[in-house]
Design a protein. Structure first.
Length: 223
């Protein structure tokens, strides 16, 4: 099936930010752990699938002197990031498909949150290899993402737990319906194969630092 992710995010950009905290249980913890895994003193950072710039704001708070390169294929989402961060001269915005376009090279860190799960398994593996090659020695790749259950039964458990948690957080049925609409374009993969793909790409220390049901934070360091 053709991947319609870009069209979906173009259509839902205006409500994405306000929905995120209600649709991602533990959102603040997940983002905090992501930022903690970026190397201290990082000067060149890529935000891969940057969307509206929510992660970039947190990166900037921790790394005030870093140059941050935001990449996203959705013009409406990246426009939100530009509006939010327009007074920051040490940013670069690229509206492009990171699956097909070259990545900035010699980076201290490449960070992605809730984006790569839209790719099929082949494109994930190819991207992990390209991220490894785009990092400087000791550079770190941090992938915080929505993962699939290791079995169909566990996938059902993950999904039901997610629905219970977001309703407890106050998500409306319309917000849930919008999220389920976006998830039609998901290509989520289980955790263990993704760690193996990272190792195959060259990340000898690939590991998972945080996992809560279907959300996980994975890293690898270029030697």
């Amino acid at each position: 099936m053709p991947n319609q992710t870009q069209a979906v995010f173009d259509a839902t950009a205006s409500t994405y930010d306000q929905n995120r905290s209600r649709l991602i249980p533990g959102c603040d913890r997940i983002y905090a752990r992501t930022i903690e895994l970026i190397p201290a003193g990082a000067k060149k950072i890529v935000d891969l699938g940057a969307g509206s710039g929510l992660l970039t704001i947190l990166i900037r708070q921790r790394f005030p002197d870093a140059h941050i390169h935001l990449i996203d294929f959705s013009a409406p989402m990246l426009d939100l990031a530009r509006e939010r961060l327009a007074d920051d001269a040490n940013l670069t915005f690229s509206q492009t498909d990171y699956v097909k376009s070259p990545l900035p090279q010699q980076q201290c860190a490449i960070v992605s949150t809730l984006s790569i799960h839209h790719l099929d398994d082949h494109d994930k593996q190819s991207l992990y290899q390209r991220c490894y090659e785009a990092l400087s020695p000791n550079g770190v790749f941090v992938n915080t993402d929505h993962i699939a259950g290791p079995t169909p039964a566990m996938e059902e458990v993950y999904q039901q737990r997610w629905l219970n948690e977001i309703r407890a957080l106050g998500a409306t049925e319309q917000q849930i319906a919008d999220s389920l609409f976006r998830q039609q374009e998901d290509r989520r993969s289980p955790l263990e194969p993704q760690l193996e793909w990272l190792r195959n790409a060259g990340f000898a220390d690939a590991d998972c630092w945080f996992k809560e049901s279907s959300f996980a934070v994975m890293t690898g360091t270029r030697s």
